[in-house]
Design a protein around this ligand. Structure first.
Ligand SMILES: [Fe+2]
Length: 123
């Protein structure tokens, strides 16, 4: 496999991880979540990659409700906060993507442990 193919494959793998993070977020968001990060900073980046998306969606929903209720100021404030959360999400996802590029085994190990520990205790 050539270098160009390997790089392309890594990007596809990283995108797949981000898709899985999104799916994971939707399965965890309804019942609360303790990432149990302890001494593994990779897990912190996995967790924040989807936690920021969750807060973005939450603030977007509050903005929509506020606007529908006639409180444009609250709607505007919540929309701006949702924009901040979106930028945080992109930053943490970029960090975790870089972790996967530089340390795929370590990143995937942390990702796997976070996913399986949390999902198993809830099923
Ligand atoms: Fe945030």
């Amino acid at each position: 496999m050539g270098l160009e193919t390997k790089v392309s494959r890594k990007r596809e793998d990283s995108d797949l991880m981000l898709l899985l993070l999104t799916i994971f977020m939707y399965t965890q968001i309804s019942s609360g979540f303790n990432p149990k990060i302890k001494k593994d900073p990779y897990k912190g980046f996995v967790y924040t990659s989807f936690q920021e998306r969750a807060t973005k969606i939450s603030h977007q929903n509050v903005a929509r409700l506020a606007n529908n209720a006639g409180d444009g100021n609250l709607g505007l404030i919540c929309s701006k906060i949702a924009g901040d959360e979106s930028r945080h999400e992109k930053a943490y996802q970029a960090i975790f993507k870089e972790i996967l590029n530089r340390d795929p085994e370590g990143g995937l190990k942390s990702f796997y442990e976070l996913m399986t520990d949390q999902v198993k205790t809830r099923s």
